[in-house]
Ligand binder design. Structure first.
Ligand SMILES: O=C(O)Cc1cc(O)ccc1O
Ligand SMILES: [Fe+2]
Length: 438
């Protein structure tokens, strides 16, 4: 926590646009012109390519960046295996996949001195890190800024703050993420998380699969949902630090550590499209029904990680942002349903329109493949009798990590004290109203 860090965070400038070929230099002349790897890079820098997709993937999906740095990334000592803390990875084998509807309260307070990495607590996931498939759901609660630097070879990290602002110092520069924003750190990008408030809490989707992209818009047209220009990439900023810096690397499910003799956040200039972003969820252009019925929540997709089957996402990131409900003769909250996709939901602020109580900011729910869920009894009774005036859903910001594979829990998530014991009861007492004759 530091006033200095907050001042830095609030004065940041950004480059605008998701998927763009961005470029930035912290020192004029640091970026080579007209080629990526001149015989001698400008200013005595080392040129390095960081790829997020195979070289040969279609141009529309290809992700890579060129970094111009004080020292090459290759100059580091061996990594040694270290403790994974509360972090677990795919394949998830600590418990049997659970068909029950499950809901957790927020994580308990961590010990003082818990940084973002130590505060990461894996709830569960699917796929296999060695196959680059699937995803993991983590929550975090931290009380301290990181001194160390982290990178994740297993996937990209979508960070969803719920309490406490974050300053993310990345190889590409600085990002500021407050509750209501999300930050996206691509696979392999080194970064450090500094806290702007006494503690920080939130959610992380670790996406082992194809990098997140904006969803196609189909008949919606050329605009809407998350607009590409609202994704902000950092401008180059570097640390020129000689001295021991611990670098932690998550690789195939385990944390590995090495002490470098310099900071690896030493990129003076870069260009490319494999870059981190911050996005303000309140910029989401919510599209919905203006006639009748409640649309499927795919209409709220912010980012999607496609799988090898068209239309079937490894993981979708979906936001339930403030919006108007105007449907006529319509049950307006989320309907009862059993879905083939599995849904982890979290709440950033306020309340969610399908749950009157018990789903609280910082908590989360898991409705695995085909589990029956939907509005709780109180919501059903209220919405079935409501006067159908136009209604603003104003005070909530909920989200969903929706995935094609069931989420298997870690042992600590399955046995957690903060796992709610009687979640099923929210659907108790839904009375029968059936009459064979109307
Ligand atoms: O609340 C949920 O379970 C998520 C959800 C929301 C919605 O509007 C429709 C279907 C769905 O799964
Ligand atoms: Fe659902």
């Amino acid at each position: 926590m530091s006033g200095e860090a907050r001042k830095t965070a609030e004065g940041l400038t950004y480059l605008s646009g998701f998927g763009n070929e961005h470029s930035s230099e912290a020192v004029p002349g640091a970026l080579p012109e007209g080629r990526n790897a001149p015989q001698r890079a400008p200013l005595g820098l080392y040129a390095e390519q960081l790829s997020g997709t195979a070289f040969t993937e279609p141009r529309a999906h290809n992700r890579r960046s060129w970094l111009y740095r004080i020292r090459p990334s290759a100059a580091h000592p061996a990594f040694t295996h270290t403790h994974n803390g509360w972090i677990r990875s795919a394949p998830f084998t600590e418990s049997v996949p659970d068909p029950n509807r499950l809901r957790w309260n927020p994580l308990p307070e961590p010990r003082e001195g818990t940084d973002f990495l130590a505060g990461l607590w894996t709830l569960g996931g699917n796929g296999d890190t060695t196959q680059r498939t699937g995803m993991a759901v983590h929550v975090y609660h931290a009380t301290d800024s990181m001194d160390r630097v982290f990178s994740d070879a297993d996937g990209e990290l979508l960070i969803v703050p719920e309490q406490g602002g974050l300053l993310l110092r990345t190889e590409f520069g600085l990002l500021h993420a407050e509750p209501g924003h999300v930050a996206l750190i691509p696979r392999g990008v080194r970064f450090r998380v500094e806290l702007l408030d006494p503690s920080a809490r939130g959610y992380v989707c670790e996406n082992y699969g194809a990098p997140f992209q904006l969803p196609d818009l189909g008949p919606i047209g050329a605009n809407g949902l998350a607009n590409a220009r609202d994704f902000k990439a950092p401008v180059a900023a570097y640390e020129d630090v000689d001295g021991p810096v611990e670098v932690v690397n998550k690789f195939c499910g385990n944390l590995w550590t090495a002490v470098y003799d310099h900071s690896p956040l030493d990129v003076v200039a870069w260009h490319g499209n494999h870059v981190p972003y911050v996005y303000d969820l309140r910029r989401f252009n919510v599209i919905g029904s203006i006639s009748y019925d409640h649309p499927d929540p795919s209409i709220f997709t912010v980012l999607t990680s496609p799988s090898d089957t068209p239309g079937l996402a490894g993981v979708d990131f979906v936001v339930f942002a403030p919006r108007w409900l105007v449907g006529e003769d319509t049950f307006r909250p989320p309907y009862f349903h059993r879905n083939v996709m599995s849904e982890y939901m979290g709440l950033i602020e306020g309340a969610y329109d399908a749950k009157a109580e018990g789903f609280v900011p910082g908590g989360g729910s898991l409705h695995n493949m085909m589990s029956a869920h939907g509005p709780d009894r109180e919501t059903f009774d209220r919405a079935s009798a409501a006067d159908l005036e136009p209604q603003k859903v104003a005070d909530g910001l909920a989200f969903m990590f929706e995935t094609r594979w069931p989420v298997t829990l870690t042992a600590h998530a399955a046995q957690a004290d903060h796992l709610q014991r009687h979640y099923d009861d929210v659907w108790k007492g839904l009375e029968r109203h059936f009459r064979a004759v109307s």
